[in-house]
Design a protein around this ligand. Structure first.
Ligand code: ADP
Length: 437
């Protein structure tokens, strides 16, 4: 334990020493000479201990300090105490680093620590096995020189690490790896790589399954519907039950057909490899077509629908997908707004890109549903949705289309006031912009 030494004690000691010297000087009748000799002795004594201290600090292997009298003993003890404290701290820190590394080695994922200059600081065993890093040879080498996939390089340099990316494994292209980067400390990056081959295989299987089942169901349903239409037209059965049954069968078959069509659209968009920058869309013409269809749908509802469209605003994208997204949003507004409502459709350029919005003054949607609306088959009111003939896939289709076009759906709604469904396509997708640049 460290005990601060009392300064009064040290000063008292010095004064006693000086008083004794003066007494000796008086006794020998030459105070000046005695004082001089005493001062030189004091300086030599202190220099000697300074020398011993330096030697102990820099040359000696002994941990314990040499013994010394008076103030010097205290100095030695102070230095010894500080050294011991530092040594304990270093040992604790070393233990911590060791435990962290052991923990990281035990992780089922590959972990790489990268500094602000993209140089590898450390990696665990899985990083060596899965990404093929060599340790310690690759220490200090740039990570973007070792993982060369263009998608990874783009992700790494983007500085936007909110979402992970999935790319084939560098050591085995049949495997899919998820790369996730996290920033921490002073510009340090933590790269976590996880094998998601099984998950992406299952996801592929799910997509294929839905696409195949929908496709297989389409033909028999078309046949059933065809026969039902013929039978209903030719039927001169007076029995009201038979009439009702025929009509109900017709309605339900059509619902199933609509559902199958939506499932197929969704599967197509999910599997779409079409490049969005290859074709342009004439949004004015597209929205005109949707407007005509909307008018037919609106016959019963008699809404006041207005279209405010910027005719100059053309975009890059996939036309069939964009038509699905816009029509779903507009038809939903017609379906879910009580008769005689107001619906506004906007398409214009605005800060941040090309803005599309459908605003209605319908019943609105409770806050708790908003987050889940784009999930497949999620409906606020199942019975009502079925009555409108909805498949529950409309907003899910919109979400996928927008995702494919580097955008997302924004939903604002207030119960009793109405809803606004909107999205902004990024400026790079605006056709004029790309011509100007
Ligand atoms: P559906 O085929 O049932 O319409 P969607 O995915 O298109 O499925 O919509 C999901 C749910 O979101 C609907 O069931 C409906 O409850 C709600 N919804 C969508 N658009 C609106 C709107 N404009 N106003 C109120 N509710 C809406």
């Amino acid at each position: 334990m460290y005990y601060p030494r009392s300064w009064t004690k040290s000063i008292l000691r010095l004064f006693t020493y000086l008083a004794l010297i003066v007494l000796v000087g008086v006794y020998l009748e030459n105070v000046t000479l005695v004082l001089l000799i005493a001062s030189v002795t004091l300086i030599v004594f202190n220099y000697l201990h300074l020398y011993r201290l330096t030697k102990w600090l820099w040359q000696s292997r002994k941990m314990s300090p040499p013994s010394a009298p008076g103030l010097w003993e205290h100095v030695y003890e102070g230095v010894y105490y500080l050294q011991r404290r530092n040594r304990n701290k270093r040992r604790n820190l070393g233990e911590l680093v060791k435990r962290f590394r052991e923990g990281s080695e035990a992780l089922p994922d590959a972990v790489v620590v990268v500094d602000k200059e993209a140089k590898i600081v450390w990696c665990n065993r899985h990083a060596r096995i899965e990404i093929g890093l060599k340790w310690p040879d690759d220490s200090g080498r740039r990570i973007d020189n070792l993982i060369r996939h263009p998608k990874f390089i783009e992700y790494f340099h983007s500085g936007e690490y909110h979402f992970p990316i999935e790319i084939p494994a560098p050591t085995n292209p049949s495997k899919t790896f998820e790369y996730r980067i996290m920033t921490y400390g002073e510009d340090q990056l933590l790269l976590i790589v996880r094998d998601v081959s099984r998950v992406s295989q299952l996801e592929e299987m799910r997509k294929d399954f839905v696409a195949n089942v929908s496709h297989e169901l389409r033909t028999p349903l078309t046949v059933i519907n065809g026969y039902l239409e013929v039978l209903t037209a030719d039927s001169n059965d007076e029995n009201p039950f038979v009439q009702k049954a025929m009509n109900e069968m017709g309605t339900q078959t059509k619902r199933m057909q609509a559902l199958i069509e939506d499932l197929l659209i969704l599967s197509r968009i999910e599997a779409s490899a079409e490049r969005i920058y290859e074709n342009t869309i004439n949004m004015t013409a597209l929205l005109k077509q949707v407007e005509t269809e909307a008018k037919t749908l609106n016959i019963d509802k008699q809404h006041n629908i207005s279209f405010k469209v910027d005719d100059e605003l053309r975009i890059f994208g996939v036309e069939t997908e964009m038509r699905s997204a816009c029509s779903n949003l507009i038809f939903n507004a017609i379906h879910y707004t009580p008769a005689g409502g107001n619906i506004k459709v906007l398409w214009k350029k605005r800060a941040g890109g090309a803005y599309f919005a459908v605003v209605d003054n319908g019943d609105g949607i409770e806050e708790k549903h908003l987050r889940r609306l784009t999930e497949r088959f999620y409906r606020v009111d199942k019975a009502r949705s079925r009555k409108t003939g909805g498949s529950g896939l409309g907003l899910s289709i919109v979400k996928h289309v927008l995702n494919h076009h580097n955008s997302f759906l924004n939903i604002e709604s207030k119960v009793g006031k109405g809803s606004e469904f909107s999205f902004i396509l990024p400026p790079e997708l605006i056709y004029e912009n790309s011509l100007d640049s």
